[in-house]
Design a protein. Structure first.
Length: 114
């Protein structure tokens, strides 16, 4: 299974971005999926997770109420809608299974300016 992230960019604080994670394999709809991020000098962290069916989601307190994860299994795609972005959201964003597997893609850079 290969996952390719896209949709990052540079936005001002308070702005929005929508990230996409496109899976190329056939097993995408069978596993829970997460969005993760890694800021310079920091550990990679989970920012959102969604069950394989899309029925259940999880967000840590730092993004709850601002980020929304969704999936379209027919398109083998998981999305991350990010609203009310803050400078501390600046990071490279990755998707992976949840819990995360060993393989990480290139990620997509999100930069939030003041």
């Amino acid at each position: 299974e290969q996952l390719v992230e896209s949709g990052g960019g540079t936005v001002q604080a308070g702005g929005s971005l929508r990230l996409s994670c496109q899976a190329s394999g056939r097993t995408f709809s069978r596993f829970d999926t997460g969005w993760y991020r890694q800021a310079p000098g920091k550990e990679r962290e989970l920012v959102a997770a969604i069950s394989w069916s899309g029925d259940n989601t999880y967000y840590p307190g730092s993004v709850k109420g601002r980020f929304t994860i969704a999936r379209d299994n027919a398109k083998s795609t998981v999305y991350l809608q990010m609203n009310s972005l803050k400078p501390e959201d600046t990071a490279i964003y990755y998707c992976n299974s949840y819990p995360a597997g060993d393989y990480w893609g290139q990620g997509t850079q999100v930069t939030v300016s003041t």
